[in-house]
Write a protein that binds this ligand. Structure first.
Ligand code: RFL
Ligand code: PHB
Length: 436
């Protein structure tokens, strides 16, 4: 791989300048990647081109995309492989995410085991209304395939290709982000380590260390915390519906999703401070029965509750998504409430963009895509932020149960399900806008 890289590496970029697009502060940094890719990888590598913090969808996919372009990376993850592969999160993959996973050779099991959905149902006032996603978007669809299955596929692909994934790499800290060679210090296998890189990719999620490593004066953060959470269950039962159901109800939002022919995923809006232990299975099913009921007697298929959890809901964006040689991607830079099913897909779009920019840099000696990474990514991020906020606002019960607001929600739902342009807006955002 180093030889391929050397053949491609035509330009000496020693004095090229990279401009961070921080609105609060602008940094001009010389880039020197002469030593890139030449260091042999030992068990714990000491030198790489791109140091990636976090083995979630963003970090693993970035490492995979860079590998396909002959660019070396090392992924540092503070949890164990088993813990990463067991974390229950997203389920809906946009068309663009599916196409990218397929095109880059990691979509085989997703194609076999994932379920392609061509529509969703919006349910309100006791009636269901189908949004024909494919009909409204020229044939695009979503695929329901659990995030941890995507992670298993990416980890297997990276390991099969000899990729450097260091699990249980603890206490990472970033150094010299404004220097030619930033580095990541961390503990692994009982010792302190240091990884020198050309670039650091901060893919360590909302609670990671990368975003806080940017000086406060170099970033602006936008936050909205919602006064509700989602109570999610996994149940052993056949599907209640062939398509996802997003329900507006006087007692609050409910969502019917799926995982496999035997396992279903359902959510209902709850108090974010509630405790799952307050909810025995019978109480959970009673809540679903009430919220999902239709005038013609629809009821969910029930089964044993295998897992239950509560997630808080927030919108969050950090601007810019770059500081010197640190580039943020995924939840490290932005969070959306899960109502639009956008979080994982945004992480995928970010790292696709970042991989294009890094490839242009290493292969063609162009730094313009890196310079514009933050600005380009944020344009798409804010669109998804708006869509997720809009879906959340339209479907959830807000404190005070203001009848005026409820009437507005019902008017909006009536419009979305009866107007072709409005339904098309929902459909094209839901299946995913183009990556860039
Ligand atoms: P992740 O997945 O949080 O991964 C970050 C990784 O970094 C590690 N880490 C560190 N490693 C080393 N050193 C440190 N100091 C570290 N700090 C953290 C963590 O252990 C972790 O492994 O971020 P990433 O890669 O940006 O991916 C984002 C997605 O996980 C997230 O946006 C989605 O799960 C959101 N989401 C959904 N997105 C969708 O696109 N479609 C959906 O249907 C969907 N449904 C959901 C969701 C999120 C949910 N919850 C739990 C909030 C449903 C739910 C309920
Ligand atoms: C899921 O299946 O976990 C899921 C589906 C749709 C959403 C969020 C989560 O909007």
């Amino acid at each position: 791989m180093a030889a391929d890289f050397a053949a491609n590496y035509r330009v000496n970029l020693r004095n090229r300048a990279l401009v961070a697009c921080g609105s609060a502060r602008r940094l001009r940094l010389p880039i020197n990647n002469e030593r890139a890719a030449s260091a042999p990888l030992r068990r714990d590598p000491v030198r790489t081109q791109v140091g990636i913090v976090g083995a979630g969808p963003a970090g693993l996919l970035l490492s995979h995309l860079l590998h396909l372009e002959g660019i070396e990376s090392v992924v540092l993850e503070n949890r164990s492989r088993a813990a990463v592969e067991a974390t229950l999160r997203a389920g809906v993959l946009e068309q663009g995410t599916v196409d990218l996973l397929k095109a880059t050779g990691v979509g085989e099991r997703m194609q076999r085991e994932g379920a392609v959905h061509h529509g969703i149902e919006l349910r309100f006032a006791g009636r269901g209304h189908r949004i024909d996603l494919s009909g409204l978007t020229g044939g695009k669809a979503i695929t329901v395939y659990a995030q941890h299955e995507v992670l298993k596929d990416l980890i297997a692909a990276r390991l099969a290709a000899g990729g450097a994934l260091l699990f249980e790499a603890r206490d990472a800290s970033l150094c010299d982000l404004d220097q030619k060679t930033p580095s990541i210090r961390f503990d692994h296998d009982g010792g302190s380590r240091e990884l020198a890189c050309d670039f650091v990719a901060g893919c360590d999620g909302f609670h990671g260390v990368c975003r806080p490593s940017m000086p406060e004066s170099a970033r602006i953060e936008f936050t909205r915390t919602y006064p509700f959470g989602w109570f999610g269950i996994l149940t052993q039962a056949p599907p209640s519906s062939p398509e996802l159901i997003y329900t507006h109800h006087p007692r609050g939002f409910a969502l019917v999703s799926t995982r496999s022919p035997d396992i279903q995923r359902l959510y209902f809006q709850c108090d974010p401070h509630d405790d799952v232990d307050n909810w025995p299975a019978e109480r959970i099913w009673e809540e679903f029965r009430v919220r999902l009921a239709t005038l013609d007697g629809w009821a969910p298929c029930e089964g044993p509750v295998l897992q239950k959890n509560i997630v808080a809901m927030r919108s969050f964006v950090c601007e810019p998504m770059q500081c010197g040689r640190l580039f943020l991607a995924g939840d490290a830079a932005h969070i959306v409430p899960p109502t639009g099913a956008k979080g994982l897909n945004l992480a995928v779009a970010d790292v696709w963009l970042l991989s294009r920019a890094l490839t242009a840099f290493y292969r063609d000696g162009r730094s313009d895509l890196l310079e514009h990474y933050s600005e380009t990514a944020l344009t798409r991020v804010w669109r998804a932020e708006h869509f997720s906020w809009w879906m959340t606002s339209m479907l959830h019960l807000f404190p005070g149960n203001d009848p005026f607001q409820v009437r507005l929600q019902l008017a909006e739902l009536g419009y979305v399900t009866s107007s072709l342009p409005k339904a098309t807006t929902l459909a094209e955002n839901y299946v995913g806008l183009p990556f860039a």
